[in-house]
Design a protein around this ligand. Structure first.
Ligand SMILES: [Zn+2]
Length: 244
């Protein structure tokens, strides 16, 4: 039997107790059966593991840092388990939580920053995947631009890789929020940005890394790759004495 991951439509094969057509016919507000939830969690785990291997190979997830998630349905999210090597993930390293962070399996502990993922899913119903990485460029740029509280990207062709931007002739604000070990501190800063009605597709945390997201894993990865590239360009311009 074939089931999709809710966020991306990725297909995989498993034995299940419902038919594909019945699943597709279900209304979005209908609760999933436990079998459906387990199958979708597994499908999300496959995609998250694939993304983790690629992002780790690029050096963006050092020392078990970083965390990834995908929406399972309207009220559940698949998120990496705390402390796992992000370059060697399997679906068994991904667990389900509800939008308040309660684990469906209370024996598992999600990534420490799960609250920041859930904040995005609660605020943005269309978001299907959230990626958080700790690359060198992200970390250095976050320190360099922290005093201004944001990096404004202007004039770069690759700004068009971010949904909603159709020309290089635009200003893309990437906020830099202060770091904290209390996720509520960071959540309040993100809430204030959302509350001001400003577009938000990503943010940096000072001395820490980047959060970005998309309607599915492909869009989230496109945003991550574009922003990583653009941050590297900004840092090189600074080194070379250019004017961003
Ligand atoms: Zn982190």
């Amino acid at each position: 039997m074939v089931l999709p991951c809710a966020a991306t439509g990725t297909i995989f094969l498993r034995h299940v107790h419902v038919t594909f057509s019945r699943l597709n016919d279900r209304r979005d507000d209908m609760p999933l059966t436990s079998a459906q939830l387990a199958e979708r969690l597994h499908a999300c785990g496959v995609e998250i593991a694939r993304a983790g291997a690629d992002l780790a190979a690029r050096g963006w997830t050092p020392a078990t840092s970083s965390n990834f998630s995908m929406r399972i349905d309207a009220t559940h999210v698949a998120v990496t388990i705390s402390g796992r090597d992000k370059g060697a993930l399997t679906p068994a390293d991904v667990m389900a939580v509800d939008l308040d962070g309660r684990a469906l399996d209370p024996g598992l502990r999600p990534s420490a920053e799960t609250a920041l993922h859930l904040q995005v899913y609660r605020h943005e119903p269309d978001v299907g995947a959230v990626l958080h990485t700790h690359s060198h460029n992200q970390t250095v740029a976050s320190r360099l631009f922290a005093p201004q509280g944001r990096i404004t990207l202007r004039g770069w062709e690759l700004q068009k890789a971010v949904t909603g931007y159709t020309t290089h002739d635009s200003a893309l604000d990437l906020p830099v929020f202060p770091n904290s070990q209390d996720m509520r501190d960071i959540e309040s800063k993100v809430d204030a940005w959302f509350g001001a009605g400003k577009p938000l597709y990503a943010y940096l945390i000072e001395g820490h890394g980047l959060y970005t997201w998309g309607r599915g894993m492909a869009e989230a990865r496109r945003h991550l790759e574009a922003l990583e590239f653009l941050l590297a360009c900004e840092l090189d311009l600074k080194r070379l004495g250019g004017t961003p």
